[in-house]
Design a binder for this molecule. Structure first.
Ligand code: BES
Ligand code: MN
Ligand code: MN
Length: 463
């Protein structure tokens, strides 16, 4: 039986197992569901054990548990691949607008519905089917590469303990390649590979002036107004070309190569359709000299998320407010560091806050951006595997969203390759999340081919 035949022959069993797992509401953000996150980890470890992984354990962290499974190759020299995904899911309630109970999964017209179907349980589980298909097709008892699955339980909560887990277990993990299955393709009929995710960091800015709100007749014009100063600071974050003005903001940005720009330009992008999906925005906008896809995937941004202060109730109230507040966030691209951006923001605010006002800035930890170069051998192998599974040319995308990929690559010291079959249309994080069973089966197939491709490239490819 070849890989595709095995995958198709076991599709029903796979779909049933996925639905059993989706019924466990592993919402990491909800303390009342933390017992379910643990049950989800136990379910997955047991299932991977049944699949044939000689080691399949629940790994404790300082927070919610991860799952570690390992299946060594026969040969000593075979490359070691680590597969990353997550078993926790976003919150979901029927009342949010679901047409079905989010944790009562069901298959309808070839689609599997339920919270986590696409993000990320479906994409984790296709690996269990893929490795079995790989073995069935070769007749071997061990895969051609050593496979580790590391599936965390806190991704949807910002992976607060994942870097610590990687650091503690670094010597045990030691992969040559990291395969991430937690992103999307361009379209069901345009398979593609993600080659980078943006990072993120947020901050709250407060400007304080008079110790209480002042009468604007008695004092207006005589003291600085915190809201005026804040408006100027926020407006000054961008220049006339839509570039961010923070000192050194672009210093660490790795520019897009001409080859990457050519590949992104080949994606069938329809501006009107895209604007419809962007809440019927009236026009595109952004940094001069870049296309929309380049702007949202490969360029960093500064966004003002909210501004408040002073009088916002009914009718006029003629005051100079004591304080002004704003929340801002930055999407980052490789190799920007969240902490460096915050340092620069503090410097900018300090420089441009008028005399007589006091500025405070509090910032989050942020998520680092990541990038996997299109000319890396691991990405080339993934592309060949995807092309075999989908029978089409595979293009390249990037992702505007974020995850712990930079920590994986940085702490474990291995290159990233994204093997994923999600779609923006899967309604991840939204009501009625679903995934096409046929897409997950292509994912299983691609994974099975990838193990062969990586084994064949070993020795010749420096990862
Ligand atoms: N799988 C997503 C990331 C993603 C989003 C990939 C959209 C492809 C398309 C991941 O589970 C996620 O939701 N990440 C969050 C990170 C946050 C919770 C720290 C994000 O991007 O907002
Ligand atoms: Mn995810
Ligand atoms: Mn998610």
């Amino acid at each position: 039986m070849d890989i595709r035949e095995f995958v198709e022959a076991n599709a029903a069993e796979f779909a049933a197992a996925l639905q059993e797992w989706l019924a466990i509401p592993s919402v990491s953000a909800d303390p009342a569901r933390h017992g379910d996150v643990r049950r989800s980890a136990e379910w997955l470890a047991a299932y991977l054990g049944k699949t044939g992984f000689p080691v399949a354990d629940v790994w404790e962290t300082a927070g919610l548990p991860a799952v570690y499974a390992h299946w060594p190759a026969d040969g000593e020299d075979a490359p070691h691949v680590l597969v990353y995904g997550h078993h926790d899911v976003q919150p979901a309630e029927l009342a949010d607008g679901w047409d079905y109970e989010p944790f009562e999964p069901a298959e309808r017209d070839g689609k599997i519905y339920g919270r986590g179907a696409s993000d990320d349980k479906g994409q984790v589980l296709f690996h269990a089917l893929g490795v079995r298909a790989c073995l069935a097709a070769s007749g071997a008892t061990a895969p051609p590469v050593s496979i580790t699955m590391l599936i965390e339980g806190e991704e949807e909560s910002g992976s607060p303990n994942f870097a610590g887990l990687l650091t503690d277990r670094r010597d045990r993990l030691r992969p040559d390649v990291i395969v991430v299955s937690d992103t999307t393709m361009w379209a069901a009929d345009v398979p593609s590979i993600c080659t980078g995710t943006r990072g993120l960091v947020d901050a709250e800015i407060t400007l304080t002036g008079p110790s209480h709100d002042l009468h604007s007749g008695s004092f207006g014009g005589g003291v600085p107004n915190p809201l005026h100063a804040l408006a100027a600071l926020l407006a000054g974050l961008h220049d006339a070309d839509g570039r961010v003005t923070l000192p050194g903001f672009y210093d660490d940005v790795i520019p897009l190569s001409d080859a990457e720009r050519d590949l992104l330009a080949r994606l069938p992008f329809g501006e009107r359709e895209w604007l419809t999906g962007a809440g019927d925005s009236g026009a595109t906008y952004g940094e001069a000299g870049y296309t929309t896809l380049e702007r949202i995937w490969a360029r960093p941004t500064a966004e003002v998320n909210g501004v408040w202060g002073g009088h916002t109730g009914p009718g006029p109230k003629t005051i100079i407010p004591g304080q002004a507040h704003a929340k801002v966030s930055f999407r980052l691209v490789a190799a920007q560091e969240p902490a460096a951006v915050i340092t620069s923001l503090r410097e900018y605010i300090k420089t441009f806050t008028p005399n007589g006002l006091v500025a405070t800035v509090t910032a989050g930890h942020g998520v680092r951006p990541c990038r996997s170069p299109i000319d890396s051998p691991a990405v080339a192998a993934t592309r060949r595997a995807m092309e075999r599974a989908f029978g089409r040319e595979v293009l390249f995308t990037r992702e505007g969203g974020s995850g712990p990929e930079a920590d994986l690559a940085g702490i474990l010291g291995a290159p990233l390759a994204f093997l994923a079959v999600g779609l923006d249309a899967d309604r991840i994080h939204a009501p009625n999340e679903y995934v096409d069973l046929s897409r997950l089966l292509r994912g299983a197939e691609a994974a099975a081919y990838l193990w062969g491709e990586l084994a064949a490239g070993a020795g010749t490819d420096p990862w």
